[in-house]
Write a protein that binds this ligand. Sequence first.
Ligand code: PMP
Length: 353
Amino acid sequence: MTVLASDGAALAARSTRAWETDIVATIGGTPLVALDRLFPPERFQVYAKCERFNPGGSIKDRAAKSMIEHAIRTGKLVPGVSTVVESSSGNLGIALAQLCNFYRLNLICVVDPRTTAQNAAIMRAYGARVEVVERDPATGEFLPARINRVRALLESVPDAYWPNQYANEYNARAHHSTMREICEALPGGPDYLFLAAGTCGTLRGCAEFIRDNGLDTRVVAVDAVGSVIFGPPEPWERSHRRTIPGHGAAVVPPLLQPGLADRVLKVTDFDCVRGCRQLLAQESILAGGSSGAVMAALLSSSSWIEPGATCVAVLPDGGDRYLDTIYSDQWVEAHFQHLEHPQSHDDQERSAS
Ligand code: PMP
C-alpha cells in the first residue's frame, strides 16, 4: 500500500510499478461482453460495457477518480486537510467515499431518500458523513434540495470543496477512457453507442472522444420520462414520478452541449424494470436500473438499427444495489400494479419447465 504524504504530494507518492498496483489503479478496464441471447447476432451485434467491475461497483469510479485527482493536482484539495462536499444519488457518493478514504480527504455526501440504506452504509464504511434531504418544497424535486444543502455546507465547513459533478469537465473527461477502451476492443468503434444520461458526463466524454478521433459512431442517449435534460417534458410525462436513480435529471446539466447525442430515447421506470429483468433472464447479468433503461431503449430500436450493425450498451452499475426495488416482486407490484407485471424469477422458472 502506498504511503501518502500529508503535504498534498499524494499523487506523486503513488506507486508507478505495474506489478504493484493500488485499488485506484484498478478503475477502468471493464469487460465488454456479447449479449447474443437477448440480441441474436444475425440481426445486429450488441456488446455490454460492464461498469460494475470497477472497484466501487459503478461507472462513477471513473468520474470520482478524474475529479478528485485533478483537484489534488491543482491544489484545490489538500490530503489530510480538505473536505469534499457533493450531492449524489448513490454511486458517485460511494465512488467518492472510496477515493476520499484513499487520499485521506473528508467527505460529506448529500443524498435523498431514494438512496438505499445499503448505499449509505457503504459510504459510511469508507468513512463518509451522509446527509439525507427531503424534496424541495417549491419544485417537488430532490435535486434542488440537495444542491441547496451543498451550498450551505460550503459556507459552514472549513476547507470545503465541491467537485460539482454536473458542471465539472473532469467528470466528462473521465469517459475518454471509457470510449477508448471500447475502441480498443472494437477497432474503429461501434456503429451505435447506447448510454444513460444523468449528469451527461458519460455522454459528453464519449462524444468528445468520438469527435476528436473522427469516428462514425452514433450516440443514442437514454433519458427518463419526466426528465428535463434534452428539453421540457411533454405534458403526459409530468405525471410520471421517477423513482429509479441514475439516469434523468430535474435540471439541464451544464456539461450538456448541443449535438452530443445523435438520438435521444426516453424510458419509463417500468421499462427499466422490464429491461433489467430481461437482461437477467436471458444473459444472467444482474444490472442496475439505468442499465435496464439502456436495454429497454435497445430492445425498442430493432426496427431502425440496420442489419449487421455493431452496438455497445454501457451498463453503469450492478443490480445488487437494487434488490429491494427492481428485483423485488413486492416493490414492483406496489409501484406498477396497474401495468403488466414484468417476468418474475418464478415466471421464468415456470415458463422454462
Ligand atoms: N446510471 C447510473 C446508475 C448512475 O449512477 C449514473 C450517474 N448519475 C448514470 C447512469 C448517468 O451517468 P452520467 O452522470 O455520466 O450521465
